[in-house]
Ligand binder design. Sequence first.
Ligand SMILES: [Zn+2]
Length: 490
Amino acid sequence: MTKIKNSEKGSFFLLNWQMGKKKTAAQPQTGGKKICKAIHQYSNGKIGREDMDRLLDIAQSCKVVCNYVYQKYGGIRSIDKIYPGYTVQNEMTASGLREKLNLPTVYFYPAVFNAVREIKTQWAHVKRNIYAAINENEKFTPEDKHYLRFAVKIDGCFVNILNGKPVLIPGEMMPKYESIVSDLQGDQSECVKSLNRYLCRQVRKKLRKIHTEKFLYFSVWEKGYRYGKSKNAEGRECHGIFLTTKERRKRIFIPLTDTNQYSGVLDIKLKPEKNSVEIIASVFTGIRTHEDYTNEIGISLGLWDMITTSTGHVYGGEFGKMQKALYDYSVNERRIYGRENSDAPRKKYSIRREKMEEALKNYINREINRMFAEEKTEKIYMAKLPQNPGGRAEAGQYLLRVWKKGYVTERLKWKCRQNAIEFIEVLGKSLSVECSVCGAVCETQSQSGYEDFKCPNCGYEEDRKVNAARNAINRGKTGRQLNKVFPAES
Ligand SMILES: [Zn+2]
């Protein structure tokens, strides 16, 4: 699931937005009721060969910068340099790499920050995995686990332990640390040493080398571009964007399909095969508040009906059908084109597939909006999706479904934030086999069939998904909530 997420634009743009925030005073603050949204712009007409080569050259250099940062700062010894990251920036300035690549600063620094951000993401991932390993390890006493979790959580502990230095933590945390250590059984100093060795081993095991082969996108600072008018390839004046190049005083003009202008860091995605460019800008949009949204509902996601509510309504009834069409298309076309050597039909195939994907995404978004407008809720309760649900379906189809479910959840959460609706996740265990009226758990209920839920205890009969959605709202209201996502949180 993480892997799929990474390929999405979301994480990439978000990182730039956060970097851009610091650099551009013109950006509004995140405080108050504002959230960040990705906006896409597209080039109009074909980009000339020479200009495309210039852009590819910039992207290539940015790739070199990213890989340089990964190699130099992605390891254990550099962990203290990436928090908060200014050290990396300064050292990269001094490295001379920018001059060697002849890369303008407006591309160089965003590339450095993107890479640092990726390294931080990787560390967060490592830490999460270590927490899981600690929890699962039966040899540790509760006190050992307490110590280890503290050591991972507090940077002054974690970083120094990894580098074999004495722990250095803020004064107010020191008594806490000392009390955790004094709770350890046996020879405390030996115990600490052995637990620290365990942490180091875990990190060595879980930290992977990062490397990117992505050479079709880069980010640019606000100083590196300007919106304006100029002549396109046919000599007609049109609106577009000027981008800094490696050559002094020379800017590339890219005509755009719209006349919108954005600020802050932009992500530029090159599509040399189509001679086109996609620009991803991040804008802050206000949160919409709806006075008349006062209901609370539970929802249940499905593979066929996208969302079923505790009120018995279905949104996204075509969801499964569209997914299946997309899946069937991919399988068939791949089988046919997989044998051919020419690229042309394959290209046709991928364009069609992209269109189908796009249509499905639009459908998902429309149906979520429709749900908000019709249900008028201020709170939505949903079971947290399992990390690794056991899949019975065929691998490919299963993955596609998981991806789409992830997409639905992501959009739901985002749209809830945008509309000041509280999204509350609840425990999902036996949600579909519990009776929402009397609470009896009927393990014998078929979970895969399409028949209704029938409670052997009280006789309650209802659509399975509606019953699950009703359980979600019941659990949420009785305090069995996992995490609340409040509208103001980003
Ligand atoms: Zn019952």
